[in-house]
Design a protein around this ligand. Structure first.
Ligand code: ADP
Ligand code: ADP
Length: 233
């Protein structure tokens, strides 16, 4: 059974008398441990699909089953619970709390899971060590480089052992060298068995993924295994 099953989902937006079909009909199975890049021109529906995959939004037609849970017709509260348990997010703009230390940023998802402070701090410390930032736990985001901030964000995404990592343009704000380092980190996470879905505009970055899905006009145009995966190591 795939980790993600999407069957003929659609998402339309109705604005006044106009209806926009952001997703027309999308079907997709993703197995545990896959590393998928989602590509496509602006307006093709990538964000809409990522929002649905990440349980931030629900489709207006079709079915989405995540880790055996039928999420496509859940209420917002049910969705929030699934999101916190199943999804780790990494964003282009890092989305860290500016006044909080690396440790507190990484520990935050555990607060929502009701885990005690001592346990939270220990797990966050370990998670930061795992991304090479064991010596940056007390630093605030503005005391870190862009690459270091993204490492903090990756540690935060992993802290709850989510079933999928959704990375939306994770290298979009980084220079080439730092982008390669972050892709190396994602490769390492993938090699430990994690499932990663990455949105990127950059062909070079997409080549690190093992499967490439291309969208156009609210449809999947192309979906294939990447036979020449680019590797950092
Ligand atoms: P991409 O991420 O590939 O650029 P999007 O998913 O953002 O594509 O957008 C797909 C289509 O849906 C576009 O035509 C966009 O204008 C429209 N769209 C996206 N979000 C909304 C929204 N909240 N309200 C109305 N239209 C939207
Ligand atoms: P990135 O390419 O990751 O965005 P920057 O261009 O921000 O990194 O920084 C380049 C280098 O300068 C980094 O290797 C980082 O160690 C250092 N650096 C950047 N900002 C700071 C800061 N606020 N405090 C300490 N070192 C920094």
């Amino acid at each position: 059974q795939p980790l993600i099953t999407i069957k003929d989902i659609g998402r339309k937006y109705v604005i006044g008398s106009e209806t926009i079909h952001a997703l027309k009909s999308v079907s997709l199975d993703i197995n545990k441990g896959e590393f998928v890049a989602l590509m496509g021109p602006s307006g093709s529906g990538k964000s809409t699909l990522m929002n649905i995959l990440g349980c931030l939004d629900t489709p207006t037609k079709g079915e989405y089953i995540l880790n055996g849970i039928r999420v496509s017709d859940m209420t917002d509260n049910e969705l929030a619970e699934v999101r916190n348990k199943e999804i780790g997010f990494v964003f282009q703009t890092f989305n860290l709390l500016p006044r909080s230390s690396s440790l507190d940023n990484v520990a935050l998802p555990l607060v929502y899971s009701g885990i005690g402070k001592k346990d939270r701090d220990e797990r966050a410390q370990k998670a930061l060590e795992n991304v090479g930032l064991g010596n940056r736990v007390d630093h605030k985001p503005n005391e870190l480089s862009g690459g270091q901030r993204q490492r903090v964000a990756v540690a935060r995404a992993l802290i709850n052992n989510p079933s999928i990592i959704l990375a939306d343009e994770p290298t979009g704000n980084l220079d080439t060298k730092t982008s390669v380092e972050i892709m190396g980190l994602l490769e390492e996470i993938h090699s430990k068995g994690n499932t990663i879905i990455l949105v990127t505009h950059e062909e070079d970055i997409a080549q690190h993924a093992h499967r490439i899905v291309r969208m156009r006009d609210g449809l999947i145009e192309n979906d294939y295994q990447n036979v020449e995966v680019k590797s950092v190591s």
